[in-house]
Design a protein around this ligand. Structure first.
Ligand code: TXA
Ligand code: MG
Length: 317
C-alpha cells in the first residue's frame, strides 16, 4: 500500500480497474470505476460489505450525472445549483450503463459531486464516475484521516492523503419521488434546506423505509463498548474509561482519556471530530467509552444518528 498525492497515478489505477481511497469533504471514500463491475466487486471484497448495500456514485460534472439517469429531471439541476459540489447524495432512477453490482440490483442510483479538489481531480483525470462507499470495513468507524483508512484497509493499493476531512460526517441522502423528496440518511444538509429548493414527498415513513437497504441499526462501531451518557458516573470505575465530551464537563477529570468534540460546543466542529474521537478511543487502551449526547439540531441530528448506531450493539450488555 502507498499513501501520497499523485493524482495521475491514482487515476491510472482507477482506469485499470484497481481501488483507490480518496478524501472527500465528508469522509474518505474507497473508489473504483463505477462502470466496471469487476472493479466495483473489489470494493465489496475489501470492505467485507454485504451485497445488499448499494454504493454512491461520485461525479465531477452535471453531464456525468445525466449519463447515469434513466430520465433527466430538472430538480437535479436545481439541487446541484444549490448544494453541489457538496454533501448531498441524490437517489434517482438509473439507466443500463450503471452496473447492478453498484446499486445492489435496485433500479435507482445514488449520485453526488464531492466538494474536495483532490476528489474532483481524480474523477476528472480517470474520466469516469467513481463508485465509493466510506473507506472502512463494513460496520466499523468511518475514516476522516488517511491513517484511519490505512489501519482498516491494508490491501488497498493507493490512498490519496488530503488530511482531515472538513465536514466529518457522511452526506445527506435523499430519494426523489414524483411528488417530492424523502430524507433517507441525515447529514450536513438538512430537510429544511432542501425544502427551500424542492417540495418534500407525502410518502409515509413505512413506504420510504423500504427504499434504503443500507441503513441498518448497527454501524460505525468501535471495537470496544460505547455508551451514550447512560453510565452512573458515581458507581462506575472510570480509571480505564474514555470520555467523548461535549463542551468541557467537570466529570471529564474522572476518565483516563478524554476526546473533546468541541470545547465551546460548536456543532460543526463536533461533526468534524466525531469519527476521529472514536478512532482515537479504539486505538487507545481504554476498555470502554462513554459519549456525551449532543443537542439534536442542525448537523447534531446526523451526529446523534451516527452515535446511536455506533453504540447499538453494546446496548444492555
Ligand atoms: O459522504 C458520503 O456519502 C460518503 C463519501 C465517500 O461520499 N460515502 C458514503 O457511502 O457514506 P456509504 O456506502 O458508506 O453509504 C451509502 C449509503 C448506503 O448504505 C445506502 O443507505 C445509501 O447510501 N444509498 C446508496 N445508493 C442508494 C440507492 N440507490 N437507494 C437508496 N439508498 C442508497
Ligand atoms: Mg459507510
Amino acid at each position: 500500500m502507498q499513501i501520497g498525492n499523485d493524482i495521475t497515478h491514482a487515476a491510472q489505477l482507477i482506469q485499470s480497474g484497481e481501488l483507490v481511497a480518496f478524501p472527500t469533504e465528508t469522509v474518505y471514500g474507497l473508489g473504483a470505476d463505477a462502470l466496471n463491475p469487476s472493479a466495483v466487486a473489489k470494493i465489496f471484497e475489501a470492505k467485507e460489505r454485504p451485497a445488499f448495500d448499494p454504493l454512491i456514485v461520485h461525479v465531477a460534472h452535471l453531464n456525468q450525472t445525466k449519463s447515469l439517469c434513466r430520465q433527466w429531471d430538472e430538480r437535479i439541476r436545481l439541487l446541484a445549483e444549490h448544494f453541489w459540489p457538496g454533501p448531498l447524495t441524490i437517489v434517482v432512477e438509473k439507466n443500463e450503463r450503471v452496473p447492478d453490482i453498484v446499486t445492489s440490483g435496485l433500479n435507482t442510483v445514488g449520485i453526488r459531486m464531492p466538494d474536495h479538489p483532490l476528489a474532483l481531480q481524480l474523477i476528472a483525470e480517470a474520466k469516469t464516475p467513481i463508485a465509493a462507499p466510506s473507506a472502512n470495513k463494513f460496520g466499523r468507524i468511518s475514516p476522516t484521516k488517511a491513517w484511519h483508512v490505512a489501519n482498516q484497509l491494508t490491501e488497498v493499493p493507493y490512498i490519496i492523503d488530503g488530511g482531515q476531512t472538513t465536514v466529518g460526517i457522511e452526506s445527506s441522502v435523499i430519494r426523489l419521488h414524483e411528488d417530492g423528496f424523502v430524507m433517507l440518511r441525515p447529514g450536513a444538509i438538512s430537510s429544511d434546506q432542501i425544502r427551500e429548493v424542492i417540495p418534500e414527498s407525502k410518502m409515509s415513513d413505512e413506504e420510504h423505509k423500504l427504499h434504503s437497504p443500507g441503513l441498518i441499526k448497527s454501524h460505525y462501531s468501535p471495537q470496544k463498548p460505547l455508551f451514550i451518557g447512560e453510565i452512573d458516573l458515581k458507581e462506575t470505575d472510570l480509571s480505564n474509561a474514555g470520555l467523548i465530551a461535549w463542551g468541557q464537563p467537570e466529570y471529564a477529570s474522572k476518565f483516563s482519556k478524554v476526546e473533546y468534540l468541541s470545547v465551546d460546543q460548536r456543532m460543526e466542529e463536533a461533526a468534524i471530530n466525531l469519527f476521529s474521537a472514536l478512532h482515537n478511543m479504539e486505538s487507545s487502551d481504554v476498555e470502554f467509552i462513554v459519549a456525551d449526547p449532543v443537542p439534536e439540531e442542525g448537523i447534531g441530528i446526523a451526529i446523534m444518528d451516527r452515535m446511536r448506531k455506533a453504540a447499538y450493539r453494546y446496548r444492555n450488555t
